[in-house]
Design a protein around this ligand. Structure first.
Ligand SMILES: [Zn+2]
Length: 62
């Protein structure tokens, strides 16, 4: 699967972020998702770490 805006291939964790934060059918890479949500990529990476620590199976250590 690729990003709906920039066509970058999506990682497992990016798909997880979309599942958590992007209700739209178009899946976005972390850069485009951050832009859409009006947050920094760093913030999304921190959220990813939090979900990993919480044991969420939609995320994995890369
Ligand atoms: Zn993108």
């Amino acid at each position: 699967m690729t990003c709906a805006r920039c066509n970058e291939p999506l990682t497992y964790n990016e798909l997880g972020l979309n599942a958590k934060f992007n209700a739209a059918r178009e899946k976005l890479c972390i850069r485009c998702l951050a832009e859409k949500l009006g947050v920094t990529q760093q913030r999304l990476r921190e959220k990813t770490e939090e979900f990993i620590r919480a044991g969420c199976t939609m995320f994995t250590k890369e």
